[in-house]
Ligand binder design. Structure first.
Ligand code: ZN
Ligand code: ZN
Length: 283
């Protein structure tokens, strides 16, 4: 389907490589082409530092998922920066119900989402905050289970206004401003496309700590049951056959992820803005 086109893969080492080849037009041209067509270009340009091989393998595996074509990705020295317009690449409803009984449609959101280039597991967990906790391959984002009051579980609080629902069939909806289309549970419009019967779910995004997130299915294709307090576990996935710590969104409570088991940047922290001022932007 819509494989990520790796629109922008910028590695500082690539810049050096390109500059070094600038006296040879043909060689420089080949480097540019390979950079635009896949993350392998990054692997080739990392030849100056063997210790980054593992880093590149993580980036390649994460980006091998079916990311929306309009998500741009920039691989920096220590981070991976995603950007998009906030619209998911699947159908959304014309309108969504709001608590005040009004309705709102989905609006664009300038999205910049930064994760560590290599996620780091932490024995200490960090609660996920309100606001964006992860980026979906669709271009939408993930929230924890709760609405703006911090206690109402979105999936348990669904309602409608004249037949217009609060959450759609993808467990998603926008903020009351219309921006920041986000999921509070399994995004069925994504998992229905990427998951394979009888197999572990396929990657559906990444959380702020850099660890990937999946639909409900474990290795045998049925709902994973052996999960920690953050709805995660260590094991093989289609993109990481050698195993990686990863999260599962589940059809049962808590539906989404309530804590990170990876190190999260203090600046981003996963602690969203206060209720009423929710913003998509993770700085
Ligand atoms: Zn919500
Ligand atoms: Zn798993």
């Amino acid at each position: 389907m819509n494989r990520l086109a790796y629109l922008i893969v910028t590695l500082s080492t690539f810049t050096v490589t390109q500059a070094a080849c600038s006296s040879d037009d043909d060689a420089a041209g080949e480097d540019e082409t390979s950079t635009e067509t896949g993350a392998e270009a990054g692997a080739e340009s990392d030849s100056d530092d063997a210790s980054t091989d593992g880093d590149t393998a993580f980036v390649d595996a994460l980006l091998s998922g079916m990311w929306a074509e309009d998500i741009s990705v920039s691989v920096e020295t220590d981070t991976i920066v995603f950007s998009g317009d906030g619209y998911p690449n699947h159908d959304v409803l014309e309108a969504y119900a709001l608590m005040d009984q009004s309705t709102i449609g989905v609006a664009a959101s300038d999205t910049t989402f930064t994760i560590p280039r290599v996620p780091e597991y932490s024995e200490t967990v960090t609660d996920t905050g309100l606001g964006t906790i992860g980026l979906a391959i669709s271009g939408g984002v993930y929230f924890n289970p709760y609405e703006g009051d911090g206690t109402s579980v979105a999936l348990d609080s669904n309602f409608d206004v004249g037949g217009i629902p609060f959450l759609d069939a993808c467990n998603g909806h926008p903020l009351p401003t219309g921006s920041t289309y986000h999921y509070h549970g399994v995004p069925y419009c994504i998992t229905d496309v990427v998951d394979t019967d009888g197999a572990h779910s396929s990657v559906i995004g990444v959380l702020l700590d850099g660890f990937p997130v999946y639909g409900p299915n474990g290795e045998d294709g049925s709902a994973e049951t052996d999960l920690d307090e953050c709805s995660g576990h260590d094991g093989p996935t289609p993109e990481f056959p050698d195993g990686i710590y990863h999260y599962h969104l589940m059809e049962t409570s808590p539906y989404s992820v309530t804590c990170y088991h990876g190190v999260v940047d203090d600046a981003g922290g996963g602690m969203g803005p206060p209720p009423g001022e929710l913003s998509l932007i993770h700085i």
